[in-house]
Design a protein around this ligand. Structure first.
Ligand code: FAS
Ligand code: PHB
Length: 403
């Protein structure tokens, strides 16, 4: 058995684990990451594309923001379309100057991986049989097999950054966890293509045929999504069928400008709202998707993970500097206040913009629900106060101060 001693053992080398590891390292707190798959596999996942200012600032603090500022595209607004109506939400003027950064999660992850490797920090990729033990003691540990050898990582704290299907959340006894969940009756079929974006900002499109999103990664690379039934599989969708359906869901003057091309990635993501409470147990702290999931309609998944990371690393700094670990007990309550705001906004945007068919919601039949949601959207688009509500949540509510 190989034994490694560190201060914080991090399970998962996605954006949560890598960002936490980098911030802790910058402040002299030693950490080791255990990751189930290879670095290339992590980079192969195409996910989020919009960064809130809070995450931009964290990446600056972590010293990994140079390429983001060079290649990322600041967006001062985004559009919502409803059939032929196209409305721009001017987030910059509605929030007194806030904006978002368009820069793919894959690139954030790549930058964090490069920084970690440059700092010579330990990341055990392709680890198997990962488990977390003794989390209610003062000496928890992470066990795994790495390069065929059993490894024990002894630490003060464990950060569960291993996503929705990870081992961390399951390590908290079931009777100690309360889980809130809404699984949506549809998914998002996403396509990445080396084609110029159809619009200079994002378009969230509500149409009779269902939801669509026109997003981007760079002036030459686009990311598009369409709502599809959960029963659909990727191989049912040729590129031609995808482009034709996307065109039907965007306003016609936008569709007319759409440049199509071969998909370089195509996948279907299920949509769910999920929160595990509490987000900590003993010396284990759940971070990001390990604790909560949002439908991507509000661009909050990666950004809520970032605010968890910010809270955890600041509390750890405080705990080690004061030599008082009791401060860590505040982690879950601080995170959950912001998480629930992001959950509600994402759930609200999803309900308002998607077609739920004849699924009844809250005892109301689908057709009536659709009329209520149409009225909800028209009210918020027609009201300056309504647009301000959308704008302040889209750029991200402020992080709580950790004094
Ligand atoms: P991640 O899931 O990214 O990373 C967890 C890591 O832990 C993975 O590398 C995994 O391999 C590893 N792991 C799992 N089990 C382990 C174990 N037992 N031991 C060790 N390691 C283990 N958010 C948006 O804002 N916009 C989007 O468009 C969007 N699209 C998404 C599409 C999909 C298909 C999914 C699943 C999520 C999407 N998200 C989106 C949300 C996504 O971006 C997450 O919020 C973000 O990846 C959260 O990062 P992490 O918390 O690091 O979790
Ligand atoms: C993306 O570019 O992948 C993206 C952007 C905004 C969203 C969801 C996904 O709300």
């Amino acid at each position: 058995m190989k034994t490694i001693s560190t201060k914080v053992a991090i399970v998962g080398a996605g954006p949560s684990g890598l960002l936490l590891g980098q911030l802790l390292h910058k402040h002299g707190i030693d950490n080791v990451i255990v990751e189930r798959v290879s670095a290339d596999y992590v980079l192969g996942r195409i996910r989020a594309g919009i960064l809130e200012q809070g995450l931009v600032k964290l990446l600056e603090e972590a010293g990994v923001s140079a390429r983001m500022h060079r290649e990322g595209i600041p967006h001062d607004g985004f559009c919502i379309s409803h059939s032929e109506r196209l409305e721009r939400i001017d987030v910059k003027s509605l929030t007194g100057g806030e904006s978002v950064m368009c820069y793919g999660q894959t690139e954030v992850t790549r930058d964090l991986m490069a920084a970690r490797s440059e700092a010579g920090l330990t990341t055990l990729y392709e680890s198997s049989e990962v488990s977390i033990v003794d989390i209610c003691s003062e000496s928890p540990a992470v066990l795994c097999r790495h390069e065929g050898q059993p490894v024990r990582i002894e630490c003060d704290f464990v950060a569960g950054c291993d996503g929705f299907h990870g081992v961390s959340r399951q390590t908290i006894p079931e009777e100690k966890r309360t889980e809130h969940e809404r699984v949506y009756p549809f998914g998002w079929l996403g396509v990445l293509s080396d084609t110029p974006p159809v619009h200079d900002e994002l378009i969230y499109a509500k149409s009779e045929r269902g939801f669509a999103l026109a997003s981007q990664r760079s002036p030459t690379r686009s990311r598009y999504y369409i709502q599809v039934p959960l029963t659909d599989s990727v191989d049912q969708w040729s590129d031609e069928a995808f482009w034709a359906e996307l065109k039907r869901r965007l306003p016609s003057d936008i569709s007319a400008k759409l440049v199509t091309g071969p998909s370089i990635e195509k996948s279907i993501a299920p949509l769910r709202s999920f929160v595990c409470e509490p987000m900590q147990y003993g010396r284990l702290h759940l971070v990001g998707d390990a604790a909560h999931i949002v439908p991507p309609t509000g661009a909050k998944g990666l950004n809520l993970a970032a605010s968890d990371v910010s809270t955890l690393y600041k509390l750890l700094l405080k705990a080690y500097r004061a030599g008082d670990f009791n401060v860590m007990s505040r982690y879950s309550e601080i995170c959950l206040r912001r998480v629930w705001n992001g959950e509600r906004f994402s759930w609200w945007m999803t309900n308002m913009l998607h077609d739920f068919g004849d699924e009844s919601v809250g005892g109301m039949d689908g057709a009536s629900m659709a009329r209520f949601m149409e009225s909800e959207l028209n009210y918020y688009l027609d009201s300056p106060a309504g647009r301000a509500v959308i704008a302040e949540q889209y750029v991200g509510l402020p992080y709580e101060q950790i004094d």
